[in-house]
Design a protein around this ligand. Structure first.
Ligand SMILES: [Zn+2]
Ligand SMILES: [Zn+2]
Length: 338
């Protein structure tokens, strides 16, 4: 089968590799749509500690069951969306319902071969049958939507709170969408890419801030009426945006960090102490959150429209990765189809 194999920093090739065989409790899927995630861009550059070459990445995907391993009750032909976070189901974290923090968690496309290929083997229990009305591209959005939804759930929004989202990539835009549905009074979005800020406006941001043209902290002070915002979501993960997230808050505000760009950042902890700021990390999603994301896509809350998402052939993978890194791409998500 054809697969996109990442071989090292900025090196990726479409090559022939053996088709995987489904193990016990697994199914073999014919991949139908697979999104490129921001974490895979840092992986492509060699900056992501979870990913080691040679590797077939790809964790935002949907597919059709073509073969079932032993102990599986799915049927060949079933259309499925996949939760790529493989968890044990019985450790202390899984028992608490925090399966995203499972002590032996692994991610399809990072710890085992992923979906930038014609076929991928995954545990059957990670597959969700797709109702009619969700197409494969829409189903490839379940994973990033679940990530953003987890972040908004952790923010514990109360009605009429003001929110800023730093970063208008797919995760930031989806967080905007989730914050709106969670009852935010107003949402501001900060980025440096004008195309993506235009998308944020189209998705209902009340204020968009181009950080190259205005100081986000000045703009956010005005946006919040002077006190600071209640919640800041950092969907970038650089020191500059992490600091802005904390500084944009009112006293007692909450910053939720989902971006993973830089491994370490210095924050003004004394200010965090004096202001009783909550700073939280958000990783992946619980299986409950994944199911909620599925319900949102079924309801049409997030539509895979061509104005923000582009579908390309798998063979464009290496060029698409380079383009996403080197140019201010106008779409927020590129989805590949083998
Ligand atoms: Zn992802
Ligand atoms: Zn576990």
């Amino acid at each position: 089968m054809r697969a996109l194999v990442w071989l090292g920093p900025r090196q990726m090739e479409l090559v022939e590799v053996p088709r995987p065989a489904p193990g016990y409790g697994e199914v073999l899927l014919r991949v139908q749509a697979v999104g490129i995630c921001g974490s895979e861009l840092s992986g492509f550059l060699g900056h992501n500690s979870l990913r080691h070459p040679p590797l077939v990445m790809g964790h935002e995907f949907s597919g059709q069951v073509v073969e079932c391993g032993k102990g599986v009750n799915l049927i060949p032909g079933a259309r499925v969306g996949v939760n790529p976070l493989v968890t044990c189901g019985h450790c202390a974290m899984c028992r608490r319902g925090l399966d995203n923090l499972c002590l032996s968690r692994s991610l399809v496309g990072a710890h085992r071969p992923g979906a930038f290929a014609e076929f991928v083997a995954v545990p059957a229990r990670n597959c969700h049958a797709l109702p009619d009305g969700i197409d494969y591209v829409g189903a490839s959005l379940l994973e990033p939507l679940a990530c953003s939804l987890r972040t908004v759930e952790l923010a514990a929004l109360e009605p009429m709170e003001r929110v800023v989202v730093l970063g208008a990539g797919a995760i930031g835009l989806l967080a905007l969408c989730c914050a709106r549905r969670a009852g935010a009074a107003a949402v501001a979005v900060v980025d440096t890419n004008p195309h993506r800020l235009a998308l944020a406006s189209a998705w209902g941001a009340d204020r968009v801030i181009d950080a190259r043209e205005e100081d986000p902290l000045v703009a956010l002070a005005e946006f919040s009426g002077g006190d600071g915002v209640d919640v800041a979501i950092d969907a970038v993960g650089m020191t500059v945006t992490r600091r802005q997230a904390v500084r944009a808050l009112r006293r007692g505000g909450r910053a939720v960090m989902i971006g993973l760009h830089e491994a370490e950042s210095a924050l003004e902890i004394n200010e965090i102490v004096r202001n009783e700021t909550t700073v939280l990390g958000s990783f992946g999603y619980t299986s409950l959150t994944f199911e909620r994301a599925l319900a949102m896509v079924v309801r049409g809350d997030v539509l895979p429209e061509p104005n923000w998402l582009e579908v390309r052939d798998l063979s464009t993978g290496p060029a698409s990765f380079a383009e996403l890194i080197d140019t201010p791409v106008s779409v927020a998500k590129i989805v590949l189809r083998p």
